[in-house]
Design a protein around this ligand. Structure first.
Ligand code: HAX
Length: 427
């Protein structure tokens, strides 16, 4: 079934379920906020619904109930994953063909977007250029146009889905141009109608060579693994909050990408590769476990974090990291940067376990992905978060389609001054 028909068929159920829950169980507790959670970024407080994916602390990311290892094992493409995230079901042949065709038909990008990117300073961060390109496209919003014409509330989902498909279709083009422009790779490359979403991205970046098909496979995996991580992370939550004000998806996704650009979130992959390359340079190759242990302590003692390790929710090895490690061992074993990543995994968790305040000593998604990209010649690591952003856009767009289809209200939690908090706890 085509994506839009499928979503349409789900509307009655989607719209009723949560309203019935509120009506019949509205006063039951879901979560509590103690003083610790209040001052720690709402950590652990269950406060927003998100059905696309879930991150159980002891399992890691599942998409609509499917374990990541199973998703990868069945060779899921980004297009299939997007369909699964939006609808909760795997697409049939018609569903896959529909998304592929839609992404091709909607891929053209207006000249003014290139002009905006061209006008930016040579040393602008790639994430700034990427977010700016998305924001520039806002002029194309179907949602805003229809809203201005008096669109009914029950049609918000349709306009959001249109914006989401248009945006996702264009993102590889914008992201690839940011790469070419920012790193002086030559003129823009037009999309190839014979390529899929990930393959076209690689094609438009201008990456070729004899390993290009393997790199396209890696890109498919990369785009699947970074796509979503439930609703509370910075990029997803920001996108959802902005979109809940009925700011269209261009505003919302651009805002989400600005959150992804932070070093404690998506930018960690750039920081992580920098750290790994520092190790390789210092030890002139893959270090011994003893050297690595000392290097890790030096990093911690200088007041820095070890990037790629730790997580706000997870308490096990991130299954996304496991998949990258597995892929790397199958495809690029013997590469000193990748082998260092693997050795870090043998050493760093034991170091971090000795630091009491650290809740999670295990690698997260960003610990390994950079080394794989580096191997294939994608060595401009300030660019890595853009790749993450293209992928994450699928998740945040899926979440927005569902939120507007269900008719969730504007997100607006309550804040209070510290003095009021003290009153509440009897001080
Ligand atoms: N190295 C050093 N210190 C670390 C650490 C690490 N890898 N992980 C956590 N800590 C520290 C925190 O900085 C914090 O210190 P302070 O109390 O002095 O501020 C303390 O341990 C407690 O933190 P936590 O409860 O374990 O973790 P948080 O939920 O507060 O933070 C982070 C989670 C991911 C931000 C954190 O683990 C971190 O900074 N990791 C390194 C950066 C990183 O890899 N980020 C990417 C995360 C995945 C992601 O979102 N990708 O987009």
């Amino acid at each position: 079934m085509k994506l839009k028909e499928h979503v349409k068929s789900l509307l009655p159920q989607w719209r009723n379920e949560w309203r019935t829950l509120v009506k019949e169980h509205g006063d039951k507790k879901v979560s509590e906020v103690n003083v610790k959670a209040f001052f720690s970024g709402m950590r652990g407080v269950k406060i927003v619904p998100c059905d696309t994916s879930e991150v159980p602390p002891d399992k890691g990311m599942t998409v609509r109930g499917h374990m990541l290892k199973d998703i990868v094992a069945r060779g899921t493409t980004p297009e299939e994953l997007f369909y699964l995230m939006v609808t909760g079901e795997w697409p049939d042949k018609e569903g896959v063909a529909d998304i592929k065709q839609q992404f091709k038909d909607r891929a053209q990008i207006p000249q003014y977007v290139w002009d905006v990117i061209d006008a930016m300073p040579d040393d602008a961060h790639p994430m700034n250029m990427f977010s700016m390109g998305i924001l520039a496209l806002e002029r194309e919003s179907v949602f805003r146009k229809r809203y201005d014409e008096g669109m009914k509330k029950e049609d918000y989902w349709d306009a959001t889905l249109e914006d989401g498909m248009n945006l996702l279709a264009k993102l590889p083009g914008i992201a690839a141009y940011v790469y070419r422009k920012r790193f002086n790779k030559g003129p823009r490359i037009e999309p190839d109608p014979n390529e899929d979403w990930a393959g076209n991205y690689v094609h438009m970046m201008g990456i070729g060579g004899k390993e290009v098909d393997t790199f396209k496979d890696l890109m498919r995996l990369y785009l699947v693994l970074h796509s979503d991580h439930e609703g509370g992370n910075v990029s997803a939550h920001t996108t959802a909050t902005v979109n809940s004000a009925l700011s269209d998806l261009y505003y919302s996704v651009s805002a989400g990408m600005d959150g992804l650009a932070g070093p404690l979130h998506g930018l960690a992959n750039q920081e992580c590769l920098k750290w790994i390359l520092g190790v390789v340079e210092k030890f002139n190759g893959v270090p011994s476990e003893k050297d690595l242990e000392k290097y890790a302590w030096d990093t911690l003692n200088s007041g820095k974090v070890i990037p790629g390790y730790g997580h706000a929710v997870l308490r096990v090895v991130d299954p996304r990291y496991e998949q990258f490690l597995k892929w790397g061992k199958e495809h690029i074993k013997g590469d000193p940067v990748f082998d260092t990543v693997a050795r870090v995994f043998d050493v760093v968790p034991n170091v971090l376990r000795q630091v009491k305040k650290i809740s999670d000593p295990w690698p997260n998604v960003d610990a390994g992905s950079g080394a794989l990209l580096y191997h294939f010649g994608l060595r401009e690591f300030p660019y890595y978060t853009v790749l993450f952003g293209v992928s994450r856009s699928m998740g945040v767009v899926s979440q927005a389609i569902e939120a507007r289809a269900k008719g969730y209200p504007i997100i607006r939690p309550k804040s209070i001054p510290t003095s009021k908090l003290k009153e509440i706890i009897g001080l």
